[in-house]
Design a protein around this ligand. Structure first.
Ligand code: AKB
Length: 320
């Protein structure tokens, strides 16, 4: 049974990963951690520690205290916030990765999950069915940190035998915890606003097509990759991963099937340029070949689930 530490457990993906890992390995084998008590559902769900991902000693103390052998490093500054604070994004995204890679290199932990992103690709990358191996000239700070991170992951694996595994997440859509600071966040906000106001003002233009994925699929992919036999993995930088691609116009049509009076307006801002530099769709055949990846959710199924869950969430009294 692995002893797991999630760093960044209060965030959008970290929180759901924490709940799922507790289901699988038992609450006593999973330590959630973050820089603050930012998600009370996570904090109150079992063992929780304050860990500063940028401070090697803070991470090491927690690893020693709980005999951790596996780390999911989910703390990161995403694309939109990264453009506002370039050096903070660089420092957080790189320092935290080096700390866990070095813990593994020095034998303190055995396995690492580190998320990369479609942001590793840039304006010169082929946009449709972007291949696993292709031109990568990211134009955002976030994308640069992810691309550099991938190189270091592969280097630590080849040079020191570190068992680090990674996925290039597309935009992740979920109803439990809000995303923060990403360019794909519109695809979560739109569901909330559809239910609250029947209107959404989108910060991307109507034809901006981006790769996306429902949270259930993202968690499944993460756990399948982490449980795959080491010999099966031929990619130690980061695997392309895909499920759905859609535009703001297409997600609006899908939402209108449930909320017919929903309407959308468009006010593209600085995030448009980021989105325009990313692929429209991804070729994830390596992930399918190596560890049998396949997604379960399309736009229609995801939209039904999002609307159903958010309806329940908003129907609950505020005191709950
Ligand atoms: C972002 O929009 O920055 C992230 C990502 C695609 O990695 N959701």
């Amino acid at each position: 049974m692995p002893k797991v530490l999630i760093i960044g457990a209060c965030g959008q993906i970290g929180s759901e990963l924490t709940f799922k890992l507790k289901d699988i390995y038992g609450s006593e084998n999973v330590v959630a951690s973050d820089i603050g008590y930012n998600n009370l559902d996570v904090v109150n769900s079992g063992i929780f520690e304050i860990v500063d991902a940028q401070d090697y000693n803070s991470v090491k103390v927690c690893v020693d205290k709980h005999n951790i052998d596996t780390i999911y490093l989910m703390a990161a500054m995403l694309s939109a916030t990264g453009e506002k604070y370039p050096m903070k994004a660089w420092n957080l995204n790189m320092d935290s990765l080096f700390h866990v890679l070095n813990l593994a290199k020095d034998g303190f932990i055995k396995r690492i999950f580190w998320p990369s992103s479609i942001a590793v690709f840039g304006p010169t990358t082929p946009k449709v069915l972007t291949p696993q191996h292709t031109i990568m000239e990211p134009s955002t700070v976030y994308g640069i940190t992810k691309q550099v991170g991938e190189r270091w992951c592969e280097y630590y694996h080849k040079k020191y035998g570190v068992d680090v595994r990674s996925l290039r997440y597309p935009g992740i859509i979920s109803w439990k915890t809000m995303p923060g600071g990403g360019t794909t966040d519109y695809a979560v906000e739109i569901y909330h606003q559809a239910l609250l106001d029947a209107h959404y003002d989108c910060f991307l233009s109507e034809e901006t097509e981006l790769p996306m994925m429902f949270m259930e699929d993202a968690i499944k992919a993460t756990l399948d990759l982490m449980q795959a036999p080491s010999e099966a993995l031929t990619v130690r930088s980061s695997y392309n991963l895909a499920a759905i691609s859609f535009t703001p116009k297409e997600i609006t049509e899908a939402i209108k099937k449930h909320i017919p009076n929903f309407d959308i307006s468009y006010s593209p801002d600085f995030r448009q340029q980021i989105a325009d530099s990313w692929p429209k769709s991804i070729d994830d055949s390596k992930a399918r070949e190596d560890w049998n990846w396949h997604p379960d959710y399309d736009l229609k199924k995801m939209t039904s689930e999002m609307i159903e869950q958010l309806r329940k969430k908003y129907a609950k009294p505020v005191t709950e």
